[in-house]
Design a protein around this ligand. Structure first.
Ligand code: OGA
Ligand code: NI
Length: 197
């Protein structure tokens, strides 16, 4: 995995956003997607909120995705495989980039047709624990016309990233403003944050 980690971080250092096409294996992406589809069918996904602590808002004008938190407690083989990779990546980040990451959190996200997430930063003003954002897209057969791009904003420009299957994106949570453009198809991903607590 060392080479894959290196390539992602090289891209991040160069462009403020690192993109990898082979961070998760296609088999693991497929298994995680199947988990998410099952959770959706079983109506276990919850409408995502914005904010933190006592200031959470069910603000569907800002975001309209549905989520479910991954956890080793589920004893799901594929979630555990995912966490094993994240553990290795945290070691890599701390050893090579001195990031001091102490924990992480990841949730499945499902954007139904017509969903979006307006422009935002991932780090809360009241709690700066979230250091780095990472997103894994699980959409096989995604078409350009399906929209749903992740749009990342730089000082004088922006970049649209299509949420195609197997793609992973990494950026600094406090640094990069971003949004999820209107999705015209069901859009699935895992999103999470590497934290310093
Ligand atoms: C988020 C987010 C982007 C994406 O969940 O905070 O910005 O592409 N997600 O799903
Ligand atoms: Ni975000």
């Amino acid at each position: 995995m060392q080479k894959v980690f290196d390539a992602l971080i090289d891209g991040y250092l160069l462009d403020k956003v690192g993109i990898s096409e082979n961070f998760l294996s296609l088999a693991l992406s497929k298994n995680l997607k199947e988990n998410l589809v099952k959770l959706f069918e079983e109506k276990k996904l919850i409408t995502a909120k914005t904010g933190i602590g006592n200031e959470t808002n069910l603000n569907t004008a800002i975001r309209s995705d549905k989520i479910f938190w991954l956890d080793r407690i589920h004893e799901n083989q594929h979630e555990n495989d995912f966490f094993d990779i994240m553990d290795a990546f945290v070691l890599f980040l701390n050893q090579t980039c001195y990031t001091g990451i102490t924990s992480y959190e990841f949730h499945y996200a499902l954007y139904e047709k017509g969903s979006f997430y307006k422009k935002h930063f991932d780090q809360f003003k009241s709690n700066a624990s979230r250091q780095y954002t990472m997103i894994f897209y699980l959409n096989t057969d995604w078409k350009l016309a399906d929209g749903g791009e992740l749009c990342v904003y730089f000082k004088d420009s922006s970049q649209n990233i299509s949420p195609t299957n197997g793609k992973s994106v990494f950026f600094k949570s406090s640094e990069l403003e971003h949004e999820v453009l209107l999705s015209h198809a069901q859009r699935m991903s895992i999103t999470g944050w590497f934290r310093v607590d």
